[in-house]
Write a protein that binds this ligand. Structure first.
Ligand code: PLP
Length: 448
């Protein structure tokens, strides 16, 4: 549909198709095209579209109370969601602060972390450490934390200083012949040196995505990496902040991706899969000691938005959590994620332009390269990721490709994050359409 619009769309020169109906893995537009949702939008729709339990829970809550400002009231549904999140989180991650999305969750985590030290009289602590090739959201604090040059470039003068270390990105950064343990040890050494150079007494925390989502494409950490990070945070008394906005809430087969790395961060940012797209909701989950310090100090978290703790959003998220548990969807993610990966390997392992197939659970990606052997990326001017997205849509498939130049490195990847309810037949269909879409796209961009 191309008509004049009063909305500011992402692309100001183009109105995207109008979604008129979405159910399960299918989305239909007003022109009658249907698309199979292999990316859950942007790794959001973990239960697919139109789930009856979630719709019913939201409707019921709308009748109880559509809104209650948190300076006046709490609500039963928000309390129940807090209990559920605390109960299901490992360790003493017993406290939830409900916001409206991923960037807000990251902002709240940054402020909570800073206030934690202020309450202790450590007002000199003002630096966060994060990794290059990372994305933590688009509000100014979250954007400053992230290392995504493309998203930062217009706003650099407005962004707070953040100290950077290398990403943990085995495919791109581990030297040929270098042992993975040595690679990991070097990364941890770099982090320790950074902390020492900054002066540990000035550092608030280290923040990283457990499995990196959009900037690099479903990049899992190397074995032992996060255990090493946790040990360094403990050694120097700084907070470990996990951004699980994309990889959390079951997407990797455990409720939190870091459970597979044997660590418990001090603060966790959630978004996307928490409400699975039914409502805008995010959360910060905090350990006992963080909240205790504020409770024993000023007694107030100096933060808040009009929509924190929104009851209908809480109802949606609570219903999503209940469905995940009742329908054993974490197990399904592990089993079907492994099947999906096998299918992707069968289809693309020998593909001349697929350099890597990676990820965890149902958060997977293909890295696209000009040449497999030297891992040479495509020329960014070719915009391969954009061509893949468009060609896949033509084939009736939603995938989430990204690319461009980040941190001086180039690369294109296709992120795949199907709903947890996808069947094997759905996954086969996704792989078949992706193969078609990829060939179409490559035929368009390949020189000669
Ligand atoms: N953190 C990560 C890891 C993300 O992937 C995203 C969104 O893509 C965000 C934060 C920001 O979340 P939102 O877009 O909901 O503000």
């Amino acid at each position: 549909m191309h008509h004049p619009t009063h909305l500011i769309h992402r692309d100001l020169r183009r109105t995207p198709p109008v979604a008129v109906c979405a159910f399960g893995l299918q989305v239909r537009d007003s022109a009658g095209n249907t698309y199979l949702d292999a990316s859950g939008g942007a790794a959001v729709s973990s239960l697919g579209h139109g789930h009856p339990d979630v719709l019913a829970a939201m409707q019921a809550q709308l009748k109880v109370a559509a809104y209650a400002h948190t300076s006046f009231f709490t609500t039963e549904v928000a309390e129940e969601l807090g209990d559920r999140l605390a109960q299901d989180a490992p360790g003493d991650l017993n406290h939830a602060y409900l916001v409206s999305g991923g960037s807000e969750a990251v902002e709240a985590a940054l402020k909570l972390a800073r206030q934690y030290f202020v309450e202790n009289g450590e007002t000199q602590r003002r630096v966060f450490i994060a990794r290059r090739q990372s994305y933590h959201g688009n509000t100014l604090g979250a954007l400053a934390l992230g290392g995504n040059e493309y998203r930062r470039r217009h706003f650099e003068p407005l962004l707070m200083d953040v100290a950077r270390v290398s990403p943990c990105f085995e495919y791109r950064e581990r030297r040929a012949g270098q042992d993975v343990h040595e690679y990991t040890a070097n990364l941890l050494q770099e982090l320790e040196t950074k902390i020492i150079d900054l002066g540990p007494q000035h550092v608030i925390g280290f923040c990283a995505e457990t499995v990196v989502g959009a900037t690099s494409g479903a990049v899992p950490p190397t074995p032992g990496y996060f255990k090493g990070v946790r040990a360094l945070c403990d050694k120097y008394g700084i907070l470990m902040i996990a951004d699980e906005v994309m990889c959390g809430m079951g997407r990797t087969g455990t409720l939190y991706a870091f459970e597979q790395d044997g660590v418990v961060p001090d603060l966790v940012a959630l978004g996307k899969g928490l409400g699975a797209g039914y409502q805008p909701i995010g959360a910060v989950i905090a350990r006992d000691h963080v909240v205790q310090r504020l409770r024993a100090g000023s007694g107030v978290f100096q933060h808040g938005h009009t929509y924190v703790g929104h009851p209908v959003a809480a109802a949606a998220a609570l219903a999503v959590q209940k469905v995940i548990r009742r329908d054993c969807l974490l197990g399904a993610v592990t089993v079907r994620g492994a099947a999906f990966r096998r299918m992707l390997r069968e289809a693309f392992a020998m593909h001349p332009h697929v350099g890597d197939i990676r990820g965890r659970g149902m958060l997977l990606a293909l890295e696209l390269v000009q040449e497999r052997d030297g891992k040479r990326p495509f020329d960014p001017d070719l915009q391969v990721h954009a061509a893949v997205k468009e060609a896949c849509l033509e084939c009736g498939l939603m995938v989430y490709p990204m690319g461009g130049t980040i941190d001086g490195r180039r690369g294109d990847h296709v992120l795949l994050a199907p709903p947890f309810i996808a069947t094997e037949a759905d996954l086969q269909q996704i792989v078949a359409r992706l193969a078609d879409g990829l060939e179409r796209a490559l035929a368009r961009v390949r020189p000669g």
